[in-house]
Design a protein around this ligand. Sequence first.
Ligand code: SF4
Length: 388
Amino acid sequence: MPGTHSLLSPSSASRWLRCTPSARLEESFTDKAGEAAAEGTLAHSLGELLIKNQLKLISKAVFNKEFKAIKENKFYDAAMQEHAENYAAYVLERFSEAKSHTPDAVLYLEQRLDMTRYVPEGFGTGDAVIIANGVLDINDLKYGKGVTVFAENNPQMKLYALGALDEFDFMYEIHTVRMTIFQPRIDNISTWELPVSELRAWAEEELKPRAALAFDGGGDYTPGAHCQFCRAKATCKANADFNLEIAKHEFKAERLMSDDEIADVLNRAPLFTAWLSAVLEHALDQAVNHGKRWPGFKLVEGKSNRVYTDEEKVAEFLIKEHKYSEDIIYQPRKILGITAMEKALGKGVFASTLNGYIIKPPGKPTLVPISDKREEINSNESAIADFS
Ligand code: SF4
C-alpha cells in the first residue's frame, strides 16, 4: 500500500537496482505521484476493509463508519467498489483454499515488512500475506492500469517476500514463496514462485551489495527503460546522452535511409519520445510555476477558444428574450462514452447488461517490435498478394 516511502523503496527497486545512484539523485526532486497514489491508497483501504468485514475481524459499526468515509472520498466510484470487491474475493478464496489444506493457515493484512537486513532503511507493506503448509503467499494489489506488471523476477515482490520471511520464518517453517500481483483494472493476475533458498541467495549475492551502493549514491548512472519512472528523468545527463544517441546515429552516406536504419529509429522512438516529453514538460513547469527563464525562450499565452461567461444565463436570455426554442440552442442528448459508462455502472454490471451492445472495431495499424504479443495483421499489399 502506498504511504511513507523509504529511500530504497520496494516499488522503485527495479530502477535503483539497475541505476544505483538514481535513489540519491531523486531526493532533490518532488514526487508527483500525488493523485494516483491517493487513489491507490483508497482502493487498498477499501479492499482491506471488505476482507476484514467478510472475516468478521471488525464490528458492523466500525465497518459502516469506515465504509462511509471511503464513499465520501473524491476518488471513490462504482468501478473502485467492484475492483476492491474482486481483490477481496481473490484473497479470501486463496485463504480458504489454504485453510482447506491446513487449519493452521494464517492471513495477515497490510502487514508492515522490514527489509533492513538487506536494504538500508528498507520497509514496505504486504497487502495480504497467507502462510500455510510451508508456503508464504504474498499478494499485492496494484491499482494502476498504465503498465502491466508481472510477478516473475519482480524485485518489488522479492523484497516483500524477504521482509515477510524475516517477519514470520521464526514462527513458521517456510520453504517456498509465492508472489502474486493483482491488477484488477486491466484484468491482470500474475503469479510466480521460487524456493526460499534461491530468494535468499539472490538477496545476499545481488540485492545486498547493490542496495548498499545505492544507499551511498555510488555506482554508475545506467539509463534504460526504467528511467521513465525516475524523478530525475527530465534533467539527468546520462538519460539525455542515452536518448540523444538516436540523433547521433551514423547513417550510411546514401541519400535515403535504409530499411534497417528506419527500423533502428522505430526501435528507439518510444523511449526517445517519452524522454522528449519529460524534458518539455519540465521546462514548461519551471517557467510557469517557478519563474524560470530559458535562454532564447519566453512564456506567452497559447491558443484559446471563446467560452460563455454563464451558460444558464445565455440559455435563459435566448429563450425568454429572443424566443429561440431549446432544440435550436441545446446540443442533442448524448449517451456516455464506453469508459465513462463502465465507470458509472461498474465493470460487472456493464458486462452483464451491455455485452451484446458492444463491438470492438479493428484498431489503427501500429508498428510494434516483433516481440510484441499481438497477432500480426496483413497490410493491404500483402492481402492483395494473398488473394492473387
Ligand atoms: S534518469 Fe535513468 S540514468 Fe538518470 S538517474 Fe534516473 S534511472 Fe538513472
